[in-house]
Design a protein around this ligand. Structure first.
Ligand code: ZN
Length: 134
């Protein structure tokens, strides 16, 4: 079951500069910064009410965020939905015809198991499913 929009992922060229801008916009500092080696990104997280904003800066031009920015520039990269059971949700969505980008959930930033859906199967929107690691 999908519970809520957990966060919006925004691709930025310079996380430090974007941190300042988003702190000014949201009226709060990031509560966490974290490098995710497997995805070649630096991330930082802001709380916005019930949801969050995740800023993503590429650490390598060949990584997914590096390629995204080269192709489309900075901007909204993905929408993340929190789910109560990621394995069950992946099975269910695959059976409904959605394309998953991995067979198993991966360890993402912010203590989460994550899985992405191919944007070709979701009207051009990269969708992340995430579940808190308990
Ligand atoms: Zn995310």
């Amino acid at each position: 079951m999908i519970l809520r929009i957990e966060h919006l992922g925004i691709a930025v060229k310079d996380c430090e500069q974007a941190n300042k801008l988003f702190a000014l916009l949201l009226g709060t500092n990031p509560y966490k910064s974290e490098m995710v080696e497997s995805e070649k990104v630096n991330t930082s997280f802001f709380k916005v009410g019930e949801s969050k904003v995740e800023l993503l800066e590429s650490t390598d031009p060949s990584g997914p965020i590096g390629k995204f920015i080269e192709k489309r520039g900075e901007g909204i990269h993905h929408v993340a939905f929190e789910v109560d059971n990621i394995h069950e949700m992946m099975k269910q969505l695959e059976a409904s015809g959605f394309r998953l980008l991995s067979d198993e959930p991966k360890r993402g930033a912010d203590n989460k198991l994550v899985c992405f859906l191919h944007p070709k199967s979701t009207n051009g929107v990269l969708v992340e499913l995430c579940q808190e690691i308990r």
